[in-house]
Design a protein around this ligand. Structure first.
Ligand code: EPU
Length: 314
């Protein structure tokens, strides 16, 4: 176990943050409530922020006080230690969840905290194609952009026409396509505070779009979506699938504490409710070692684990 990260947040900082309109503060909030695997200890401070202006003021206050901070999206690709995280965890609300038609034809503008599947549904209802791969992808648009979420060779960054980020001094800075780079499950948008994005889609018939939605939904039926998981745990190595490698290594059903490799899809780990981040770490290293020994392939994590005393910040 790592040393406890639980510490009393500096009271003047907490008061200062509570005084910003559009910021709600909770000290010692269990992070297990905010990540889909349901694990992790408390945050030094947990902040819900409604507007870009409030976000900018809160970040300035945190930085002045020297408190590390990070933005958490839907918690489907991030884990925290059982001891928690000593910094501030920010979740974006209200204005950041908006989804609307963009200014240009066939575009959709959505806030960083918009639910990724809700953005997909919004597009589908308007007969816009491109986002159907998002069926069953958990998390927020901001999280999807930071990790370039995708499925079956399609990904979110390819569809992104522009991104609004928090610029120096608190104003919005727009990055156009070509001003950010990305590759498989990687994007340099991770280095920015993302506020919103405009996605460029294409018109298509309802029938063709529905066919693609159904085909993606069918693929998802091989995944344990009803259980507590973080989606796929490992990136697919070039030319192969992490799920296939873990499966042929005979690891389906392998359990450490309350966490096991899913019997349905080997690249998923599921928490039976009593699992901890410690169990996940042990299971991940065992899986990586076994797959390496059997196949010579080193699996790379798709999930970030924030350590208790990480100086994470942007
Ligand atoms: N396979 C096995 N055993 C298993 C699981 C998979 O042999 O237990 C084999 C399958 O038979 C198939 C291959 O591995 O031949 C690939 O499996 P699958 O079609 O399920 O897709 P995947 O590559 O494992 C990717 C994304 C998923 C996304 C699906 C949807 C990655 C790491 N994963 O999975 O994304 O939902 O495609 O098509 O790119 C995620 O990123 O969190 C995620 C779940």
């Amino acid at each position: 176990m790592t040393p406890s990260a639980r510490q009393t947040p500096p009271v003047p900082l907490q008061r200062l943050l509570e005084g910003i309109a559009g910021v709600r503060v909770k000290p010692n909030e269990p992070l297990s409530r905010h990540v889909t695997m349901g694990v992790g200890g408390p945050a030094g401070l947990y902040l819900e922020i409604d507007t870009a202006e409030a976000l900018s003021s809160a970040i300035a206050a945190l930085e002045d006080a020297g408190m590390p901070w990070l933005i958490l999206g839907g918690g489907s690709n991030t884990l925290f230690e059982d001891a928690g995280y000593h910094g501030a965890v920010v979740q974006l609300k209200k204005e950041f969840r908006a989804i609307a038609e963009g200014r240009e034809p066939h575009t959709v503008r959505a806030g960083a905290a918009a639910n990724f599947r809700a953005v997909m549904r919004f597009a589908v209802e308007r007969n816009l194609t491109g986002l159907e791969f998002g069926v069953g992808i958990p998390g927020t648009l901001g999280g999807a952009l930071a990790g370039n979420a995708g499925a079956g060779g399609e990904d979110i960054c390819t569809l992104t026409r522009s991104v609004e980020t928090l610029g120096e001094g608190g104003g919005a800075r727009v990055l156009q396509r070509g001003e950010f780079s990305y590759s498989y499950r990687l994007s340099d948008l991770k280095q920015h505070v993302l506020l919103a994005a405009t996605l460029e889609l294409r018109p298509d018939s309802t029938e063709a779009i529905q066919r693609r939605v159904e085909s993606h939904r069918a693929k998802r039926e091989t995944q344990p979506l009803a259980e507590k998981s973080a989606g796929c745990m490992f990136k697919n190595p070039k030319g192969d699938a992490a799920g296939r490698l873990i499966d042929v290594a005979g690891l389906k059903g392998l359990r450490m504490g309350g966490v096991r490799v899913s019997e349905m899809h080997a690249n998923f780990m599921v928490n039976d409710g009593a699992g901890t981040t410690h169990d996940i770490r042990r299971l991940m290293s065992f899986v990586r070692e076994k797959v390496l020994a059997e196949t010579g392939i080193e699996l790379e994590s798709e999930v970030r684990i924030i350590t208790a005393n990480s100086e994470y910040g942007l």
